[in-house]
Write a protein that binds this ligand. Sequence first.
Ligand SMILES: [Zn+2]
Length: 299
Amino acid sequence: MKLLFFIALIDILFANTISGYTPIHKCINYNSQLYIAIRSFDLNSKKVLLIVDANTLKTGVILKSSATFEQCPKEIFHSRYFKLLNHAKYETKHKLQNDGIVSSGGGVVITTDLCPSHKKGFEDRLYLALIKRFKKPVPVTLFITKRWILKHKKAFNKLRSWQKEGKLDITWGNHTAKHIYHPKAKLGHNFVLSPEENLAQDTLNLEVELLKKGVVPSVFFRFPGLVSDKKSMDTVSNLGLIAIGSNTWIAKGEKIKQDSIILVHGNKNEPKGVTMLLKYLKNPNFPQPISIRRISNNR
Ligand SMILES: [Zn+2]
């Protein structure tokens, strides 16, 4: 996917201006390859598209003028992207907690949630341990929120520098901008099910925040608190995002297995999980983690 030249261009700017951010679902031809365009917007007054490769699940931002819109061929709906998207949307039971894709299908995926936090700093001990322990760049998914980014600029920049230096292969996952949470409310009226939530807006706002900072959002999404219902799953899926749960929330005592999607918190809100994962990493048999983009679509 030859997209990075444009990303590099936006990356050096101090802050990008984004306007007219609109979800779309169109097939495009770019550099003689088929992609799916999922957002259309103006970036520093240039018309651009956020696109996804339906097989590798990599995303990129390209100039709209460099793409031609096409009729989607039937095969595209059998691609990995659509299989995963449709699995999360149609083939799960829509439980109140942990809906969506919870298993990698083979290979250990590490996800770290960056929910809003008053804690200073972040779990750099975890990211440093991953960098030290595995072949670089080490795949890791960050499910990130706008509220965390705004309060932790230094940590955010550190994570980005590890990515730029080729130490981490970061997938920037969406954990909503606000991550609404009411300590006393029941789950059915909490997180994205809170009455004041506008989920589509909250989701797109996180993407805009990343793009403003020169970071390309991925197509992966995690519900805050892992709480959702059918309607919120539809909202997220209709935005072209694949909802990811977890079968290995380490702080809750769930053991690592060969198809783990590990959940720990990178924001210092749950140090127990990180401490336990660091212990696991001491085991010489702990396998090289795989990217979330490589989870199996055979389910
Ligand atoms: Zn969270």
